[in-house]
Design a binder for this molecule. Sequence first.
Ligand code: ADP
Ligand code: TYD
Length: 202
Amino acid sequence: MRGYFITFEGPDGSGKSTQIKLIKEYFEKKGFDLIITREPGGTRISEKIRDIILDNDHTEMDYIAEALLYAAARAQHVSQLIKPALEEGKVVICDRFVDSSFVYQGEGRGLGKCVKEINDIAIRGCMPDVTFLFKIDPEIGNMRIKNKNRLDMEKIDYHRIVYNAYLKLEKEYPDRIKGIDAGRSIDEIHEEIKEYLEKLLK
Ligand code: ADP
Ligand code: TYD
C-alpha cells in the first residue's frame, strides 16, 4: 500500500504555507490522517541544516555547498519521515521539495544537471504524485514577505530566472504539475485546491 505525496511549489510569498494550513484544517476535520511538512526541514536534523542554509549571516556560502546542504536535508527528510509515512499509506503534504532545487540551484545558481544527480541520490525514487505550482509574479510574492531570509534577499533577476524555470518544469511535467493562479484571493485558491484534492483522495 502506498499513500499520496503532494508538494507545493512557487516563488517565495506566493501563498503556499497559507494554503497548506487551510488544507490541513479542512481534511483533518474530515478524518484524514495527513502529514504536513516542509523543506528545507521536516526532521530534527533537516531543521538544523535549514538554519545553516537560510542564515542571513552566511553570505559567503558556496553554491555547490548550498545545493548539497538542501539535498542532505532532503535525504534525511525522505528516509526518516516521507518514505515511511507513504509506506504506511498516509497522505504527505510538503511545502517545497526537489523542484525547488531544480529551479533555485539548477537554474538560479546556474549549476545545471548536477543538481538532478545529487537529488536522485537523496530522494531514492520518492517523487511527488501531484505538485501544485503557485504562479505569481515573483516581485509581488517578494513584497508579501515580512521577514526575509538569505534567499529572499537575492536580487529580483534571480527570482525571475527561478520563476521562468518553474514555468518550464510545468510544461515538461504536465501530468504531475498543476499550475495555480496565485494572484487570486485566499478563499478562491483554497476552493480550487480543495476540490482537486477531494477528487484525488476519494
Ligand atoms: P509562502 O509560503 O509561499 O512563502 P505565505 O503563505 O507565507 O507564502 O504568504 C506570504 C504572505 O502573503 C503572508 O503574509 C500571507 O498572509 C499573504 N498571502 C497569502 N496568500 C495570499 C493571497 N492569495 N493574497 C494576498 N496575500 C496573501
Ligand atoms: P522558506 O522561508 O521556507 O520560503 P517559502 O516560505 O517561500 O517556502 O525558505 C526556503 C527558501 O529556500 C526559499 O527561498 C526557497 C529556497 N530553497 C532552495 O533554494 N532550494 C531548495 O531545494 C528548497 C527546498 C528551498
